[in-house]
Design a binder for this molecule. Sequence first.
Ligand code: MN3
Length: 238
Amino acid sequence: MNSSVRESGFLLRVLVTLVGLTAAGMAEEPATAPVAAGGSAAFTLPALPYAQDALAPDISAKTMSLHYGKHHQAYIDNLNKLVAGTPWATGQPLEKVVVESAGQADKSAVFNNAAQAWNHAFYWKCMKPGGGGLPSGRLMDLMGKSFGSFDEFKKAFLTAGVAQFGSGWVWLVQEGDTVKIVKTSNADTPLAHGQTALLTCDVWEHAYYLDYQNRRKDFVQAFLDHLANWDFAASQLK
Ligand code: MN3
């Protein structure tokens, strides 16, 4: 192979890498994944279900880029380091790691990173461009029984989101034949409490501070009015 052919091959690889990185920044798997001891990484950052600018202006591309590309990626990277060499690094579902590490003081770092990895993957699916509106079908029936009306649900979800002290999450969960709103602190998740998560809003400051500063209520309101993906929530019902 002469040098110009080698050179054009190299340039092609650079171009492919750049295109791959751009695609990763928008919606795809990242081009580079951390590698755990013994081979490929146990856990990888899941693709966003939409482009990073798709939820603007309610959530800016800048917030998505940091929240998904830096925060969510960091939970995955930390988890891979923590589980390297353990049975959790052998193709286990993330849910299993969350449930098995929950409530164990000596596994709190694994739990925090696994739960945050799961919570974020779930959170992205709880939103869509042009979301908001009303649930339908069985979910709407359950919500009517639990909250009286959809407006009452919205008020309660908003209140819970604002009332969560410090970092955490507000959730709509299913327990048997009822649905209810719960708050969790830090990485805690309904998965660890035998509840079925239907919808969540991340109320850590990193989720909204660039766009809303201290106005968390405005962020949760925008989540409910413009972003909530009720089709996804309904698909999670058991
Ligand atoms: Mn977050």
